[in-house]
Design a protein. Structure first.
Length: 285
């Protein structure tokens, strides 16, 4: 079996490469370079060539305004204006097109003998450069839900924005329930795909409590449906060690993702450390 990780959907582009799927389907690679650009005070951008997954009025608005429309798990609410120029998201409702796209991708991958590591979240959205957070659906300005997250964004010098500790949290009950419902819905939609292995978040380092919460929700879903979810652990060494030492949660782990771990020439092990407001790869740079 081959392994697909981090699929990236680039609207209208074709190439012989692995695709890359995080917590939403990107229609452009522009945000990868956002750290080197100035903050833009509107959602203006080229519209996608085919605005699939939007309601009729949203598709019209997207084409007419020339603004970017992200393919996200959450559905548009039809209320207000989000940072991308379309209506704000309702994080308690979901986009059928988004999940159908993933199912199609999984089926095609299975035909080729590929496994898929599926990340429910992308830690890039909540750490490091601000432009990733600007039009992220969970930013309060972009949705109609009560998340308890900071607004306006608490930017630091050089457009840095670190809200990972606030986002990956279960202490605020409404945010906790939004996370739980999203996880359960994702399992409802994709857990039957035999070649999908779930990772909680890409480049996740901390906190341990949210990784535990994710696994507890997965176990809740398994108990209800009588089915098994395959989970890959991709996080810091301290969190990995804690999960593997847990007599209950360790049994849920099918894969330990060690892509950033390596032995140094002196024989010592390098592994990402658990640190607040840091991507797991940050120690590798």
């Amino acid at each position: 079996m081959h392994l697909l990780t981090r699929a990236h959907f680039n609207q209208g582009a074709t190439a012989k490469s692995f695709s890359d799927d995080h917590s939403f389907l990107w229609v452009s690679a522009a945000q990868h370079d956002a750290a080197n650009t100035q903050v833009q005070l509107s959602g203006s951008s080229n519209a996608p060539r085919k605005p699939s997954g939007l309601s009729g009025i949203e598709a019209i608005r997207s084409k007419a305004s020339g603004r970017r429309s992200m393919r996200c798990p959450g559905a548009r609410s039809g209320q207000g204006i989000a940072w991308d120029g379309l209506s704000r998201f309702d994080l308690s409702r979901y986009n059928p097109w988004y999940f159908e796209r993933h199912k199609q991708f999984a089926r095609r991958a299975a035909e080729k003998g590929f496994l898929i590591l599926y990340n429910l979240y992308n830690t890039h959205d909540v750490l490091e450069i601000g432009p990733h957070w600007i039009d992220f659906p969970w930013r309060p300005a972009n949705n109609i839900n009560d998340t308890g997250l900071p607004e306006p964004p608490p930017f630091k010098p050089h457009n840095r924005n670190d809200v990972g500790n606030e986002f990956y949290s279960t202490t605020y009950a409404p945010l906790r329930e939004l996370h739980r419902a999203y996880m359960l819905h994702t399992f409802d939609e994709l857990a039957d795909q035999p070649n999908i292995i779930f990772e909680m978040a890409y480049q996740y380092a901390d906190p341990l409590e949210f990784e535990q919460f994710f696994q507890d929700v997965a176990r809740e879903w398994e108990a209800k449906h009588g089915k098994h979810i395959r989970i890959a652990l991709t996080t810091s060494k301290q969190t990995t060690d804690a999960i593997l030492a847990d007599p209950l949660r360790s049994k849920q782990i099918a894969i330990v993702d060690m892509r950033y771990w390596e032995y140094r020439p002196d024989g010592s092990l390098f592994a990402p450390r658990r640190r607040k407001s840091r991507l797991s790869r940050a120690d590798h740079q």
